[in-house]
Design a protein around this ligand. Structure first.
Ligand code: HEM
Length: 191
């Protein structure tokens, strides 16, 4: 197990640790792919996400003295805070810690239909409100994070629940989704 897992992880490190399947402290595209598949994403979304996330975010996280080949697109869990982009919600601070006030602000400002969930339209409003001028990479980053979350986790009425969003920020959501998927598959086989 890598050193990063021996101390306390920041919430942002916990957010990505699920995707470090072998817990060596580095997430390769194959692990991002495997993690997406494990939570129920299809082949195309998983393959696209692996290339997109590792390609754009990985290089920002590589330690200066690291000699590992860049073409392998590694993401270093210990430096994941360096992968933060602009036009985000601010719920993770610059060091990857959770900022409760910013989290509450999302729902105070944008949850108009009911206080504990967001509709697709309200999510769109959140994304627009987070946009910093001409920060195209940040827009794209925020857009994909929130849209993927919405597509995987909205309920049958199209609501994205506050407790689901909270679980994204502490990383527990991904483990829950994997367990749910495994359970569904095991019950399917029995029938
Ligand atoms: C299904 C998988 C994933 C979903 C649904 C997801 C969703 C999210 C969401 C909703 C945020 C909050 C953005 C904000 O506060 O505006 C976020 C932040 C972040 N995610 Fe993920 N994520 C996923 C996988 C990953 C993976 C695999 C990585 C990298 C290994 C990653 C790295 C990050 C980083 C660095 C941030 C901080 C962005 C910032 O605050 O600037 N995520 N993610």
């Amino acid at each position: 197990m890598a050193d990063v897992y021996k101390g306390e992880l920041t919430p942002l490190q916990r957010h990505v640790a699920f995707f470090d399947r072998d817990k060596d402290g580095v997430i390769y595209p194959s692990e991002t792919y495997e993690g997406f598949r494990a939570i129920g994403a299809g082949v195309s979304l998983s393959a696209f996400s692996a290339l997109f996330i590792n390609g754009l975010l990985g290089p920002k996280t590589v330690p200066e003295n690291e000699k590992a080949p860049a073409f392998k697109l590694p993401i270093y869990v210990k430096n994941i805070h360096k992968g933060k982009h602009g036009s985000d919600s601010g719920v993770y601070d610059a060091n990857g810690r959770f900022v409760p006030e910013k989290f509450e602000e999302i729902f105070k400002k944008h949850a108009h239909t009911r206080p504990d969930a967001l509709t697709g339209k309200e999510l769109q409003e959140l994304l627009k409100a987070n946009r910093e001028p001409k920060d195209f990479k940040g827009w794209l980053g925020g857009f994909t994070e929130w849209k993927v979350l919405y597509s995987l986790c909205k309920d049958e009425k199209g609501f994205l629940h506050k407790d689901t969003v909270r679980a994204v920020y502490d990383g527990s959501l991904f483990e829950r989704l994997e367990k749910e998927r495994k359970f569904k598959e095991s019950t399917k086989k029995k029938c």
